[in-house]
Design a protein around this ligand. Structure first.
Ligand SMILES: [Fe+2]
Length: 171
């Protein structure tokens, strides 16, 4: 993830020098961020956090609201994606808007990762048991298909309905 963010940083530097950024690179990182972290990684971290809340509500709360952070990060990622998409569709996007949304995306992601690595994960490592980690793995596995998770449900509603209808017809 750090390397992906560095790749975006390099494109932002090009843009700030008045050069054209490589939009394929920006698009590639965005495609990745909108799928893997948003649909798999953050939900799994949310499971870890939920376990910590159950074990020790007071210290979990002292760590901050991880789920809310993930929601905000998702919104920032989608805002950045919209800006890049607009540029690719030749819509008028002020330079300042591109600069601001890209910077916001980079800074928020880095701050988030730093916070998890320095604060959340050490506390989780120390406080959760082997059994906790095993059930987190099991729950994460159960919800790992984005077509059938709560988050994916809205996004893939039509596709999901279509698949289920065809499955019924086949059966
Ligand atoms: Fe996270």
């Amino acid at each position: 993830m750090g390397q992906l963010l560095d790749a975006i940083e390099r494109q932002l530097a090009r843009f700030d020098r008045g050069e054209t950024p490589d939009y394929d690179i920006l698009q590639g990182v965005l495609d990745y961020c909108l799928t893997y972290p948003d649909l798999y990684h953050h939900p799994k971290e949310d499971l870890v956090y939920a376990r910590m809340q159950r074990r020790d509500p007071a210290s979990a709360e002292a760590l901050g609201d991880l789920q809310a952070e993930h929601r905000t990060l998702g919104e920032i990622t989608r805002r950045f994606a919209t800006t890049v998409r607009s540029i690719l569709q030749d819509l008028e996007v002020p330079r300042e808007t591109f600069d601001r949304t890209t910077r916001e995306f980079l800074d928020s992601y880095r701050a988030h990762i730093g916070m998890e690595e320095s604060v959340i994960f050490p506390v989780a490592e120390a406080g959760l048991t082997e059994a906790d980690w095993a059930s987190i793995e099991a729950e994460a596995k159960a919800q790992s298909d984005p077509l059938f998770t709560a988050k994916g449900e809205a996004q893939y509603a039509a596709l999901r309905a279509d698949i289920l209808a065809w499955a019924k017809e086949d059966g």
